[in-house]
Design a protein around this ligand. Sequence first.
Ligand code: ADP
Length: 189
Amino acid sequence: MASNEFKVGKATVRLVMGDITEAETDAIVNAANSSLMGGGGVDGAIHRKGGPQILEECKRIRATEWPDGLLTGKAVITTGGNLKAKYVIHTVGPVWRGGNRGEPELLAQAYQKSLRLAVSKGLKTVAFPSISTGAYGYPVEEASLVALKAVKEFLEKEDNLDEVVFVLFSEHALEVYMGKAKDVLACHE
Ligand code: ADP
């Protein structure tokens, strides 16, 4: 097993540096905002590369299920449009407000609700960006710990997924996630 891979339950967790819009997993996760109307960062990149069909489906979801916007910690799914991934799972991470306003719980929920949705659609492989650590200001050191623990907890209970990939956008983010993964995900037998 490569040094950037960890076995959790029946699944593999892999950490790579790259652009998530290039991922070939069944679904990629979008760090969206509650409007679901696109935005900056990874959200903008996904809509640009995935094309207008994603926004069309987001608008339909807003009109039917989430008229006031998608709540933080929840997740919805659309087509992947022109992306290699067949689906995009849109979730809203918390805005960092110092760490005592429920941010860790909400961030963990964003990961777990996304995985739950993937499983409910029969998907096997999912790629995540580092949710909340861009415009939303969550420190990467803390977000990575929450993210890895949330994914681990999910995969330990759920054996329907084959692979979860963290696609980190910088060398620094990859290093921080790798450091935490060695503590959180590695077997210590
Ligand atoms: P948030 O609002 O949840 O903070 P951002 O999109 O601003 O979302 O940032 C989340 C993370 O996604 C940041 O670490 C940012 O560097 C990263 N990111 C931005 N573009 C991409 C991309 N194309 N692929 C993967 N990660 C990306």
